[in-house]
Design a protein around this ligand. Sequence first.
Ligand SMILES: [Zn+2]
Length: 164
Amino acid sequence: MFSSLQKLSSLVKNTLDVATEEAVKTGLIEIRNIVIGLQDKIFLLQKENSHLIKVKNELEAKIVKKEKWEIIAKQYARTEVAPGFIAYRPKPDTDAAGTQHYLCQHCFGKDKASILNRTGRDGGGTRYACPECGTQFTDHADKDSGGAVVVGAPTQTSSIFRGY
Ligand SMILES: [Zn+2]
C-alpha cells in the first residue's frame, strides 16, 4: 500500500514536470497533496498498529501468567496461623497438599507463591520468614509445644491447624 502510493507520487511528479496545461497542473498538484496526506496517515497507522500488537502480546502474556497463577492460588486457603500471623496453606486434596507449607500472604497478594521458611524457634514461638519479601512472622501460639517442630509434621496442638 505504502509503496503503491510512492509510485503514484512519483508518477504524478513526473507527469507534472511535463504537463503544459494549467488545469492539468492544478489537478496533479491536488492529487499529489492527497497522496502525501495518505502516506502520512498510513505511516501513523503503521506506527499505531505496531504499538497495538506490542500491547496485545503483553496482555496475552499477562493472561497466561494470571491463568497459571489462578491454578496455583485456588489450591490454597487464607488462614490465621496465629494472631496476627496470616498465611496461605494448601487445601486438602490438591496437588499443593503433598507437603505441608505456608505461602506468604504479602506475596500471595502480588500473585507470587513464596513459601515461608521456618527460620528458628525460641521461647516466643516459631519464627518464619518470606525469602521473597523478607516479611517475618512469629507463631506465638506455638511457644508451648516444646522441642523442635519440623515443617510437614506439625503437632496436634499446633496453632497452624486450628479451625481445620
Ligand atoms: Zn513475601
